[in-house]
Design a protein around this ligand. Structure first.
Ligand code: ZN
Length: 201
């Protein structure tokens, strides 16, 4: 059946199938929808190009930004001297949905995972140390999820921050073991933020 596809369509289908949650059948349905509605295809083309050209990690926190700084780093009202360390940009959105946090974020860009080849140099760690030296935070909250790799990373960070004078804490239980922050509902997230526990090694 593959030979029936014009090459450009075959390439698009292949690209779609690389996206999370999209199998061969959904890829085909998306193709169909796009070909039926040329204006949608055009809109997608233009927005994808714009995203590819303009969206970069925020220079300061690593969240999505157009230009140097993201919307959170540019917000003058976020003055709480607390830095919440998360794994991915989507975790920032998950915590923001809970409306329970008024501090700043730091996106690590992953967690330590030697089996997958993710080491210290692959995470935004030097940026984190720099921010802790220069931005005057009084507390760091680790919100990395509860996977074994997240645990390893939390202990690694706690060891590195042993001499940092501020408070180190992490999300209270309530985030189910092995889960990603993004899968947790806002209410649970806000509770586990409120009931965060001191953390040290
Ligand atoms: Zn930012």
């Amino acid at each position: 059946m593959d030979t029936l596809f014009p090459p450009s369509l075959a390439a698009l289908r292949e690209a779609l199938e690389k996206l999370p949650g999209i199998g061969p059948r959904s890829a085909l349905r998306i193709l169909e929808a796009l070909l039926k509605r040329p204006e949608l295809l055009q809109l997608l083309k233009e927005t994808l190009e714009r995203v590819a050209e303009t969206v970069r990690p925020c220079r300061r926190c690593g969240f999505w930004a157009e230009g140097e700084l993201c919307a959170i780093c540019r917000d003058p009202h976020r003055t709480q001297p607390v830095l919440c360390v998360v794994k991915d940009p989507a975790d920032v959105l998950a915590i923001e949905r809970s409306q329970a946090f008024q501090g700043q974020y730091h996106v690590l860009g992953g967690v330590l995972d030697p089996l997958a080849g993710v080491g210290e140099k692959d995470l935004r760690l030097s940026e984190l140390w720099h921010r802790l030296r220069t931005e005057g935070y009084q507390e760091v909250i680790l919100a990395l999820g509860t996977s074994p790799e997240a645990e390893t990373t939390a202990f690694y960070l706690a060891r590195q921050l042993r001499d940092w004078p501020g408070r180190l804490s992490r999300f209270a239980s309530g985030v189910p073991v092995g889960s990603e922050l993004q899968q947790v509902d806002p209410l649970t997230l806000s509770r586990s933020l409120r009931e965060r526990q001191p953390f040290s090694v």
